[in-house]
Ligand binder design. Structure first.
Ligand code: PMP
Length: 407
């Protein structure tokens, strides 16, 4: 395959050219948030310079332009997920808000005492706590599916817990803490066999994998713009149209109504029924630019490049005395989680930062997973397509230095 031109790609991301503490920035915290190409930054600037107006009240030219751009962004997301219709794409603040919407709208309407919500042990808190809340409200219970020592979802445990009491399975497409790619297509098929719906948390999958919600046949899918090289403050919820039609509104107010009177209020059609208030318009425009950027990229080559970074990082990690990898699943995106004997993960993070290297340390919003492994956290390096082999080497020479200081 043709070599992936990382240098050319890096030139599109102005932030990467920075020095931090007089060292070139090595940004390896992409699972927390990704950097933005110039096209995203300039799309937002252009929006504010030439389009800025409120949407869906097209009494004047600017409002018209803003609405066209905003609804164009929805169509761009539809294509990105391969949804059937833009009516199935609901704007939210991000993955977290998308999950809360489904929990509070679908969950409150459909769950009753005795019902089970199955989540996996490796979920982000965003895909656990909203289900615990709706369980408290409805009398349903939340049950965790075990993970193997390698960090895969234990499919035998999944099958055994997938009874007809299960109304919903909530599972991440990719684990943020470990990078495991979960076999969601199989899990969805099995869930549908017992009549359960499935929500897939795609926050960590969308930056790495091509997603097709129709091929997956998931009932709901959520992602956050800021993880896919777009702006913060926006994301999308995909839901199958029939499910969304039957769900009550969650947040209420302007935009989501059809007619309001003191005798009662009727609600707007999809997707607006779920979009109360002025939405994140500039961010939607920025997200369009981000998805266009990804659309022009050879995503297979990008993924191959990321896998090469992961393979090298995994390989050289063996040379660090006392380093243990956490999460060694065969199917992984480019995330390396680890601990080093005798050094707290937060200290690894701080000492790397002094060398201009940005990683994340701690529990990664996955406390149940960390307790399952008997640890309190990990150091996590997460690679994007704009990272280089030289940066992988910088990480590991940084770790060598730290181990020497502690040794
Ligand atoms: N799920 C996963 C797997 C994540 O990694 C994250 C972000 N760390 C979220 C959900 C929440 O995303 P956001 O904070 O953008 O709503």
């Amino acid at each position: 395959p043709q070599a992936f031109d990382v240098d050319r790609i890096r030139a599109d991301f102005p932030i990467l050219a920075q020095q931090i503490r007089n060292k070139p920035l090595v940004y390896l915290d992409n699972a927390a948030t990704s950097q933005k190409p110039s096209s995203v930054i300039s799309a937002e600037q252009l929006y504010y310079e030439q389009f800025n107006s409120n949407v869906h009240r097209a009494a004047h030219a600017l409002a018209d332009r803003a609405t066209i751009a905003f609804e164009g962004a929805r169509e761009r997301v539809r294509v990105f997920l391969n949804a059937n219709s833009t009516q199935e794409i609901i704007w939210v603040k991000g993955a977290t808000e998308g999950i809360n919407l489904v929990a509070q709208s679908w969950g409150r309407e459909n769950l009753k005492p005795g019902d089970v919500i199955l989540v996996s042990m490796l979920e982000h808190h965003a895909n656990i706590v909203p289900w615990q809340q709706v369980a408290l409200q409805t009398g349903a219970t939340v049950q965790p599916v075990l993970v193997t020592p390698e960090g895969d979802i234990d499919l035998d445990d999944y099958r055994s817990k997938l009874t007809t009491k299960v109304r919903l399975v909530a599972v991440s497409h990719v684990s943020n803490a470990l990078g495991t790619i979960n076999p969601v297509a199989d899990m969805i098929r099995l869930a549908h066999d017992v009549g359960a719906k499935v929500l897939v948390d795609g926050a960590q999958a969308t930056p790495h994998l091509m997603v097709d919600v129709q091929a997956l046949d998931c009932d709901f899918y959520v992602f956050s713009s800021h993880k896919v090289f777009g702006p913060t403050g926006i994301g999308a919820l995909y839901g199958k149209q029939a499910l969304l039609e039957a769900m009550p509104p969650w947040q209420t107010g302007g935009e989501m109504i059809e007619r309001v009177s003191f005798d009662g209020t009727t609600f707007n059609q999809l997707p607006f029924k779920f979009e109360a208030g002025t939405p994140a318009i500039a961010q939607a425009v920025g997200l369009t630019a981000a998805l266009d950027y990804l659309g022009l990229m050879d995503r297979q080559a990008a993924e191959a490049h990321e896998q090469a970074l992961l393979a090298r990082a995994t390989e050289v990690s063996r040379d660090i005395p006392g380093l243990q990898l956490v999460g060694t699943a065969r199917n992984k995106v480019s995330v390396l989680s680890f601990n080093i004997d005798g050094i707290h993960s937060n200290d690894i993070g701080t000492l790397l930062d002094q060398q201009g290297i940005a990683i994340r340390s701690g529990h990664h919003c996955t406390q149940p997973l960390m307790s399952h492994f008997g640890i309190t956290g990990t150091a996590r390096a997460s690679f994007a397509f704009y990272n280089t082999m030289a940066e992988v080497d910088a990480l590991f020479s940084g770790l060598q230095k730290i181990v020497k200081i502690y040794g």
